[in-house]
Design a protein around this ligand. Structure first.
Ligand SMILES: [Zn+2]
Length: 123
């Protein structure tokens, strides 16, 4: 297995966000919204389902959605005259849409975080 990608945590997570293999930094992690099981160039397995990788993916997705909602709430609150209930409905929809739209990128970031913890953390 060759590894020529980024070595720092931020660089590895950014390559995951861009859906590039966290190990080699070159190969796309998927085709469209569907992620491949392993890298076609270096062979790194992106997800190990039995090891609880899905939990990291959901933690990343919820964190990204929470950040979007936290940033959007004051904007909606101070620039519109919506009621609190309407603001909550808009924010819940925004959070759900964020998870739906960015889920492949969240999977990529999660695979990159797990790659960093499994390989680079020990170096
Ligand atoms: Zn690779």
């Amino acid at each position: 297995m060759s590894s020529t990608g980024s070595t720092g945590f931020v660089g590895i997570v950014l390559s995951g966000l861009r859906l590039r293999c966290p190990s080699c930094g070159v190969e796309p992690m998927g085709e469209g919204r569907r992620l491949k099981e392993a890298c076609g160039r270096c062979g790194w397995r992106f997800f190990r389902l039995g090891d609880g990788d899905w939990l990291v993916t959901w933690l990343v997705a919820y964190t990204v959605a929470a950040l979007v909602v936290i940033i959007a709430w004051p904007i909606i609150h101070f620039t519109t005259s919506l009621s609190l209930m309407a603001e909550m409905i808009v924010l819940v929809g925004l959070g759900a849409a964020t998870v739906a739209l960015l889920f492949p990128n969240c999977q990529g970031m999660s695979a990159a975080i797990l790659y960093f913890l499994r390989v680079r953390w020990k170096e």
